[in-house]
Design a protein around this ligand. Structure first.
Ligand code: ZN
Length: 307
C-alpha cells in the first residue's frame, strides 16, 4: 500500500515530492530541529526529543521517546559532548542511523579552555558527575553561524541517501537556507559591531562561538559547563571583573538568576533580559535557527547598546 501510493504520487507529477517515503527524522533539540526543518521544509517536520523549556544538557527520556528513537530512520543531534544522555540511549538501541553535527567534517570546534570562563572550580563536587565538557570540546557549536552551511549540506546529503526521490528538493532547500542565513548573519554582524568592546557576563559557558564569530567581549560566565552551581572562589573573581567594568549581566532562560543578582549588587552593572542560547523558548520549525540567533543579538543589544 505504502509502495503503491508513492508510485502513484511519483507518476502523477515528477515535481511533487514523494511524501510517502520521507524518512522519519528525530532530533535532540532546537538547533538541530531547526536546521533539519530548513532542509525538509514541507516534506515534513522532524521530531524533537526535548520539549520547550527542557535543558539539552541533561534529560531523562520517557519510554515513548526511546521507542521513537528506535523507529527513526535518522537521528540528527549535536553530539555526545552536548548530550551524553542521548549517546547512552543510542548505544543501547544498536544501529539507528545518526548524524552527529559536531562530527561533520570541517566543523569549527573550540576547546572549552578557550571559551571564555576559567572553569577552575576543582573543588566543586557537582562538576565531576555531570559535566558535558568531558571531551574538551565546547559543544555549543551551533552558535557559530559559520557552521550552519556545512551542517545543512550534511543533513541534505544524509536525507538524499535515505530518500533519493527527494534528493533535489533537499539540496535546493539547503541552498536556499544557506543564502538566507548568510543574510541574517551579515545583518547581525552589522548590528553587533556597535557593542563589540562592551564586556558582559553570562550565566553559563555557552557563548565562546558566538562571541568569537561576532567579536564580542564575554568577561566571564557564572556557571561552568552545563550550569552547575559555581564555587565561591569563582564568584569572587567574577565580582572583581564586574566591578572592573562589565556593562551588563545576562540571565538565561530556565535558569535561576539569583547569582547574577548577587554579582550586580552595589555596582552600576545593568541586568539584561534572559539569553536563550539553546533555544529553550524558541518554537520548532524552519524559523527556529535564525530566530535563536536573532534573539541573542536583540537581547545583547537591548542592554549593551544603552548609553
Ligand atoms: Zn549549554
Amino acid at each position: 500500500m505504502r509502495h503503491t501510493l508513492s508510485v502513484l504520487i511519483a507518476a502523477a507529477a515528477t515535481t511533487t515530492p514523494a511524501l510517502a517515503d520521507v524518512p522519519k527524522v528525530v532530533t535532540d533539540f532546537i538547533p538541530a530541529q531547526g536546521l533539519v526543518a530548513l532542509v525538509m521544509e514541507d516534506l515534513g517536520p522532524p521530531d524533537m526529543l526535548l520539549g520547550q523549556g527542557a535543558n539539552g544538557h541533561d534529560l531523562q527520556l520517557r519510554p515513548s521517546q526511546t521507542a521513537a528513537l528506535a523507529r527513526a530512520d535518522l537521528v540528527v543531534w549535536i553530539g555526545p559532548e552536548m548530550s551524553p544522555w542521548l549517546d547512552r540511549t543510542l548505544e543501547g538501541l544498536g544501529n539507528v542511523p545518526q548524524l552527529r553535527l559536531l562530527s561533520v567534517p570541517g566543523t569549527h570546534l573550540r576547546s572549552v579552555a578557550g571559551a571564555g570562563a576559567t572553569n577552575d572550580d576543582a573543588d566543586d563536587p557537582a562538576e565531576e558527575e555531570g559535566d558535558h565538557h568531558h571531551s574538551g570540546v565546547d559543544p555549543h557549536a551551533w552558535l557559530d553561524p559559520g557552521n550552519a552551511p556545512l551542517w545543512l549540506d550534511a543533513i541534505a546529503a544524509e536525507l538524499a541517501r535515505l530518500d533519493p526521490a527527494n534528493a533535489v528538493a533537499y539540496a535546493d532547500n539547503a541552498d536556499r537556507a544557506k543564502a538566507a542565513l548568510a543574510a541574517t548573519d551579515a545583518e547581525i554582524a552589522h548590528r553587533l559591531a556597535a557593542v563589540r568592546d562592551r564586556p558582559f557576563v553570562v550565566f553559563h559557558d555557552a557563548y565562546g562561538y558566538f562571541s568569537a564569530h561576532y567579536g564580542l567581549t564575554v568577561a566571564g560566565s557564572v556557571a561552568p559547563g552545563d550550569g552547575h552551581a559555581p564555587g565561591a572562589a569563582h564568584l569572587a573573581e567574577l565580582r572583581a571583573r564586574v566591578v572592573a567594568g562589565a556593562v551588563c549581566l545576562f540571565p538565561e532562560t530556565g535558569r535561576d538568576p539569583a547569582y547574577l543578582e548577587q554579582l550586580a549588587e552595589g555596582t552600576d552593572v545593568r541586568i539584561g533580559a534572559s539569553l536563550d542560547p539553546e533555544g529553550m523558548a524558541v518554537a520548532p520549525g524552519p524559523d527556529a535557527y535564525p530566530a535563536l540567533l536573532r534573539q541573542l543579538a536583540d537581547t545583547l543589544l537591548d542592554c549593551l547598546g544603552q548609553g
